[in-house]
Design a protein around this ligand. Sequence first.
Ligand code: RFL
Ligand code: PHB
Length: 392
Amino acid sequence: MAASRTQVGIIGAGPAGLLLAHLLHREDIDSVIVERRSEEYVVERVRAGVLEQGTADLMIEAGVGERMRREGLRHGGIWLAFSGRRHYIDFEALTGRAITVYGQNEVVKDLIASRISTGRPLHFEAEDVAITDAGTDRPSIRYCNGEEYEIVCDFIAGCDGFHGVCRPSIPATYLRTYDREYPFGWLGILAHAAPNSSELVYALHERGFASFSTRSPSVTRLYLQCEPDEAIDSWTDDRIWEEFETRFECADGWRPNRGEIFQKGITPMRSFVTEPMQYGNLFLAGDAAHIVPATGAKGLNLAVADVRNLSRAFAAFYRQGRRDLLNTYSDRCLRRVWGAQRFSWWMTSMLHRSPDGSEFDYRRQIAELEYVVSSRAAMTSLAENYVGLPLD
Ligand code: RFL
Ligand code: PHB
C-alpha cells in the first residue's frame, strides 16, 4: 500500500470539497482531494444555478470569481406567478442585495482549473474510498486506483454529498438526524431556447409548481413539479412544453420560449439535517451534512458557507494553535443551516400542490402568496432569505 501524509484530507470534489481546498491553499495549508467519479462526470453533472450575493462575493475575494463575474447573470429579484398574474419581488430595492445565476458545473469547472494550477493533489476515479480511525486525531483515507493508497491526515473534511461514506463512518449513536421527504419531485430540463424573462419565475398553478431559470443568453433552465418516482420516459418533449405553458399561463401572455430539450432529469425533494457536523477530527460540510429542497436555491450556498467556516477554523488551528473555531464549527454552521431549512420548507410548502392536500390548502397557499406580494414586510422577509442570511 502506498502511504502518504497531509494536513487536511478532503473526500469529494463537488463545490464544498473544491472550494475548501482552494481556501486552504490560500492559507498555505496542505490538502489532498479524493473523488469517486471522473473529472468529466463531476463537471457535467447539472445541478444548481443560483448564487447568493455572499457566495458570489466570496468567490471573487478568493480569486475564483473572474469568469463568474463576466458570464454570470446578475438578477435583482424574482417573479411569483399565481392565479394568472405575475408579481415582481424586487430584492435590490428591498435589501440592497442581488443573486447571480451561474451554473454549478461552471463553478466546479473554475475550481478544478484553479486546483490544477496550484499543482496540489486532486485524485479522480478513486474506488472503495473508506475512512479508518475516524474518531481519532490521526484519521486516514484509503482508496484504490489500480494500486491501494492510504493518506494519513490531521483532519478529514467529509464533502462527499448525501450518498457519501463520511457520514456513515460516524457511529449512529453519536449522531441525531432530522429528515422530511416531500411527496413530489422536480423534473428539470435544459433547452436551447433564449431566456425571455430577465428574472427567475416561480409559479403555483392548480396542476402544481413550475419555475423558470436561465443558464446563458441561449439556454433556458426549467423545472416542473412531478411525482418523486416518475419514469422520465413518460415525459415527452411535447408534454413537457404543454405542461409549462399551462402552469405559467398568465394574463400578460408571457410563456417561456420553446427550444430543443438537451438534458432532463428528476430530482426528489427532501429536507435533512445531521447534528453534530463533526466527530473527532472528521468534519462534515455541504450535502454530506444537510439537504434542502431546491425551491429556496440554498444547497450550494450552504455548502459554501460551511467550508468558509471550516477553512477559517483550520487556519486558526495551524496559525495560532487555536481549537475554539473547530470546536464551535458545527454549532455555527447549524444555526445558518436551520435558517435555510425553514426558508426552503416554507417556499416549498407555499409553491407546491401536495397529493394529500385539499382545496382548502390550495386556497390557503394562494392567500399566502397574495400576502407576500402585497405586504412590504412579507416581501422583505422572502427577499432577505433568498439573497442569503448573513454569513457570520
Ligand atoms: P456534491 O455536489 O454532491 O459533491 C459531493 C462529491 O462527493 C463525491 N463522492 C465521493 N467521493 C469519494 N468517495 C465517495 N465515497 C464519494 N461519494 C460521493 C461525489 O461524486 C461528488 O462529486 O455535494 P457538495 O459539494 O456538498 O455540494 C452541494 C450541492 O451540489 C447541492 O447542495 C446543490 O446542487 C443543490 N441545488 C441548489 N443549490 C443552490 O444553492 N442553488 C440552486 O439553485 C440549487 N438548485 C440543486 C438545485 C440541486 C439539484 N439537484 C439535482 C439535486 C437544483 C437541482 C435540480
Ligand atoms: C436553477 O437555476 O437551477 C435553479 C433556480 C431556482 C431554484 C433552483 C434551481 O430554486
